[in-house]
Design a protein around this ligand. Structure first.
Ligand code: HEC
Length: 113
């Protein structure tokens, strides 16, 4: 009996941390996006990425990157890590793999399943 109570209490206490871990991956992704991507891909004038993507897609897709719901994880990884016109590659020493995962999770958060 004591053991059951102990297990139940442990689960009860750890659950918020498990949920918190997920949130913080999303928060990490958003933080990296705001620090490294938003100044080119955010809303407003003078954002090179937004301007280029608007020119490329017109009204058919949002020009602001974090409003997209069609970006595939592998595609984002490739664009971030390799040379894309207008965008310098982000090295592993700047954004590590775990942070890139978080960034991808943030940018694909509204994708349909
Ligand atoms: C110096 C400005 C700049 C920064 C910083 C930047 N980008 Fe870009 N990005 C661009 C431009 C410009 C394009 C459009 C290239 C084109 O049209 O060929 C682009 C295109 C993209 C695309 C392709 C979108 C599509 O529809 O094909 C993705 C994905 C992307 N960027 C992700 C990111 C992420 C994630 C970051 C942050 C790690 C980032 N970018 C930082 C300028 C930038």
């Amino acid at each position: 009996m004591k053991k059951i109570i102990h297990t139940a209490l442990t689960l009860f206490c750890l659950a918020p941390f498990a949920a918190g871990a997920q949130d913080s991956a999303m928060e990490t992704g958003e933080r990296i996006y705001l620090a490294r991507c938003e100044y080119c891909h955010g809303e407003g004038p003078q954002k090179g990425g937004t301007m280029m993507l608007h020119r490329r897609y017109g009204e058919s897709k949002p020009a602001v990157l974090h409003q997209r719901i069609d970006l595939l994880p592998e595609y984002i990884r490739n664009v971030v890590r390799t040379n894309t016109p207008g965008m310098t590659p982000v090295r592993i020493t700047e954004v590590n793999e775990e942070e890139l995962d978080a960034l991808v999770a943030f940018l694909t958060r509204n994708n349909p399943d």
